[in-house]
Design a protein around this ligand. Structure first.
Ligand code: C5P
Length: 231
């Protein structure tokens, strides 16, 4: 069986206050998206990388993947989950097999280390329902109400912040996402679709360096990690 990487890169990054979608902003000589893609291309166990792009994308052509047979593109959708669903459908319609596995990774997380890809792949032996990278909560966690007043403090040891990659059997994930969408569930990551379908994915310890670039201040942090080493 093969392992595919799926990179949803069809967002506009509204919180970034930038004209260019955040995945196309540059750190040193490369766009954020290139760092994210290259980590998978460098990994010998990753078969191919499928990137979901916006139908209005005008930046992809500039990237150096035109002649790379391991990088494929498809058209993403309105929300992140629609982009992932489109990529999974694309894989199934091309050469994807039910027994293949898929690793979904945000375009906006350029500081992923290959060690964490390894750890996810290893987790497959003991986690048939798949797994996501995640980190424990550092701060004290408060549950609030709509008025922004604290209701209670949640046991921090039970709180994990989900990152990507998230790693699942292709067929199972596709069914889970398709049915969650059909039933109108809010799906902000792949694990939540799996949970909704009754599965219990594992948590594999990620890294606080594996940030999702969301606001301007994240760019400086990412450039520090990328230049000082992310392993
Ligand atoms: O906006 P946010 O940071 O949550 O986006 C996470 C990832 O999902 C980004 O890589 C973004 O490009 C992608 N995305 C997508 N299609 C959308 C919205 C977001 O592929 N419609």
């Amino acid at each position: 069986e093969r392992i595919w990487a799926v990179i949803p890169a069809a967002g506009i990054g509204a919180r970034m206050n930038s004209d260019i979608p955040k995945q196309y902003l540059k750190i040193e000589d490369k766009t954020i998206l290139e760092y994210s893609i290259n980590r998978f291309l460098e990994h010998s166990k990753i078969y191919k990388v499928v990137v979901a792009l916006s139908p209005n994308d005008s930046y992809w052509e500039e990237l150096p993947y035109k002649d790379n047979p391991r990088v494929l593109t498809t058209t993403g959708g309105v929300d992140r989950v629609d982009s992932v669903a489109a990529a999974l459908a694309f894989i199934r319609e091309s050469e994807g097999a039910e027994s293949d596995w898929v690793m979904v990774h945000d375009a906006a997380r350029p500081c992923l280390s290959s060690r964490h890809i390894d750890n996810l792949i290893t987790s497959k032996e003991s986690s048939p329902d798949g797994a996501t990278l995640a980190v424990g909560a550092i701060d004290t966690v408060k549950q609030a109400n709509k008025r922004q007043t604290i209701e209670k403090t949640i046991d921090r040891d039970m709180v994990w912040l989900a990152q990507t990659p998230q790693f699942f059997p292709l067929g199972t994930l596709k069914h889970a996402i398709d049915s969650a969408l059909k039933e109108g569930q809010t799906v902000t990551d792949e694990a939540s679709a799996m949970e909704f379908a009754g599965y219990h994915p594992s948590l594999v310890i990620g890294s606080r360096k594996n940030i999702k670039i969301t606001e301007q201040e994240d760019l400086l942090l990412a450039s520090i990690w990328l230049s000082h080493g992310i392993d």
